[in-house]
Design a protein around this ligand. Sequence first.
Ligand code: BGC
Length: 728
Amino acid sequence: MIIPALILTGTLCLKAQSVKPIYLDETRPIEERVKNALSLMTLEEKVALCHAQSKFSSKGVARLGIPEVWMSDGPHGVREEILWDSWSEAKWTNDSCTAFPALTCLAASWNPEMSAIYGKAIGEEARYRNKTVLLGPGVNIYRTPLNGRNFEYMGEDPYLASRMVVPYIQELQKNGVAACVKHFALNNQEIWRGHIDVELSNRALYEIYLPAFKAAVTEGKAWAIMGSYNQFRGQHCCHNDLLLNKILKGEWNFDGAVITDWGGAHNTMQAATNGLDIEMGTGTDGMTRSVSNAYDNYYLALPYLDELKKGTVPESVLNDKASRVLRMIFRTTMNTKRPFGSFATPEHAQVARKVGEEGIVLLKNAGNILPLDASKLKNIVVIGENATRPMTTGGGSSNLKAKVEISPLKALQKKYGSKLTYAMGYASGAPAWGRELPSKSNTDTLRAEAIRKAKNADVVVFIGGLNKNHFQDCEGGDRKSYNLPFGQDELLDQILKVNKNVVVVLVSGNAVAMPWVDRVPAIVQAWYIGSEAGNAITSVLSGEVNPSGKLPFSFPVKLTDCGANSFDKLCYPGDSVHEVYKEDILVGYRWYDTKNITPLFAFGHGLSYTNFVVSKPQTDKKTYTKDETVKLTFTIQNTGKVAGAEVAQVYVTQINAPVLRPAKELKGFKKVFLKAGEQQTVSISVMVKDMAYYDEKSNNWKVDSGEFALNLATSSRDVKFTLPIQVK
Ligand code: BGC
C-alpha cells in the first residue's frame, strides 16, 4: 500500500510517519534531492554551507540530518588529525596512514593503471577516516625546477598529466570521497604565491596550464576543485570570474564545489559572485585562537549574509553555491552505499611499493654497474643523509604521519647484510615551516668519514638529493639554487677522486644540476616514495625489479636553459607584484626541442636493465579528416635477458604551421611489458582533434589542414621513426 506523504481531509492534516523526505530518498536523482533540501533551508543555513566551521571542516545542516564536510590533505596520503581551531596535531593514535609515492613518482610510471590502483587505495584510506574530501591530486604544470611544490604534481606535460590524473580521481571517488583537484590555476611557484599576478597568453593558458584540470573535471568528473593562492589578470584565483565562472563552470560544465586554498579568499563581493563555493582557512582570529564565532567573520559568512539581506548580491547565486555543496555531500557522506574503506593495510603498502617501483627512473647506467650483484660485491658503502632521512614529514601541507617509512638504508642492509656499511657524508637541519634550520653536525667530520669508507669500497651508493626542508622540495618557498644543497656536489667530487664506482640515487621531486654527471657511471631518480621507499629503491638497485620509469619533466643542464628562467625577473619569479610567462607555450621539452637546447636528461627518458627494439610503425591511412583517429601500429621486442617494460611515446609535429608550434608534442603513449625475448604488436591511437592548437584569433581550438609528422620515440629526444600524414 502506498502511503501519501500528506493526507489532507478538510482541516485535518495527518502526517505519515514512515515517508522519507525527497532529499533522503536515494532512489531519486541527486538533482531532485538537492532541490528539495535547498527548499527546506533558511538563508542562514545556506550561507553556513559556504565557509569553514573549523580548520578542516564546514557545516552541514544538522536540523535536516545533512552531515558536515570533512576535508583532509592529500595528495599522497591522508594527513593526521589536527585540532579544531589550530594547526597543532590532535595526537590521535589511530591516524597513522600509508604514505604513497609523491605524484611526480606516479607520473613517472607513465602507467594509468598505477594511477587507478593509487586512487583506489588512497580513497579507501580517506573513506576509512570518514573524510568527505581529499585535498588532491595536484596538477600544476612544472614550469621551473625552482618551484618548491613540483614534487606534488605530475610534471611538465599537459597530455601526460591529463592521462594520469583521470584514473586517480575515478577510483578515489568510487569510495564516496570527493577528489579536490588543486591548485586551479597557475600556481607554478611558491615565492609570492599569495599575491603574484600572473599574465600569460590565452594560448599558453589553454594549451599548457588548463588541460590537466579540464581532464580532471570533464573525464575524471571530480566533485571538487581548489582555487589557487595567486592572482590571474588582476583577480585572486579563488574568486576569479574568468577561471571559475566562465571556464570551469561555463565551458567545462563543472557541477561540483569550488573550495578555496586555505586563506585564498580576500573579498566578499568577489567571493560572492566570482564562482567560489566554500571558503576555508581565512586569517580571522579563528586561525590563531579559539574565539567563538571567528568563522562567522569569513568573507562568505556574516559579511555575505549582510549583502544578501541588503539585496546587493542575488540569492540565486547563493542557491547555486549551496546546491553544489549539497550535491557533493549527497555524492559522498550521504551515499549510504559507499564502501567502508580500509586503512594502513598491507595491501595499501603493496600499492605504494608497486607505484614506487614503476616510477623510479634509471637515468644512466654506464658499463652496467647496476644492478648490484650481491655475489660479486664484498664491500658496499652507502653514503648520504637521504639514506636514512624520513621524507614523509616536512614539505608543508603534504606532511604525513606514516605508519611505516622504510628507509633506503634499512632495506639495503636487509638485502646486502654485513657487506654494507654507511656514512652520512653531509647533513641538513630539521624540517621547519617557513624556516631553514642549520644542521648541528660537523660537516668536516662527516665528509672525512665518508671518504675514508669510500676508498676501500667495491661500489659507493650515494643517496642524496633534496629533502622536505624550506627552500628544498617544500611548500611556501622556492629553491634558491638549481644545484644540490648541503655541499653534496663537493662531497661527490671528493668521493669520485678516491672511487670511480659510484651509483648516485637522487631522492627529490625536482631536477637538479649534475656537474659530476660524466664521472658517475650510474644515476637513479628515486623521488619521494613514502612508506615503502627503501624497499622500492632496493628492488631496483638489486635488479629484483627492472626499472621502467620515464621522466615526467626534463632536467636542463643549467637553470638558464629552462624557458621560464631564461628571461628577466619579470618572467620568474616576477617583480613581486606581476609575473609574465614570456616562454609562452614553450614549457619543458617544448622549449628545449624548439630552441635546440640539449637537456641533461630529456622528458620521457628512462633506461632499463634490458634492451628493446621498436619496429617501423605504420599508420592505418595516409590522409585523415579532422574528426578521425590515427592508428599507429608497430612491434616492440625485448631483446635482452630479463623481463622489462618500455614506454612507446608518440609526439606530433606540424609541418609548415601558420603559427608557432613546438618542435613536438606528446599525444599518445603506452607502457608495454615484455618477457625476455618477447615481442608484441602495439597500437597507439592519436585523435586528429588532439593535434589542434589554441587559435588566439577565434579564441578556439583549431586543426590546420596540411602535413603533420608522427614521431615514435622512447623519449622526447630519442625518436626512432617519423611518419608523415595529411590532414584534410
Ligand atoms: C595548501 C593546500 C592545502 C591546504 C590545507 C595550503 O597551504 O596550499 O594544498 O590543501 O593548505 O592544508
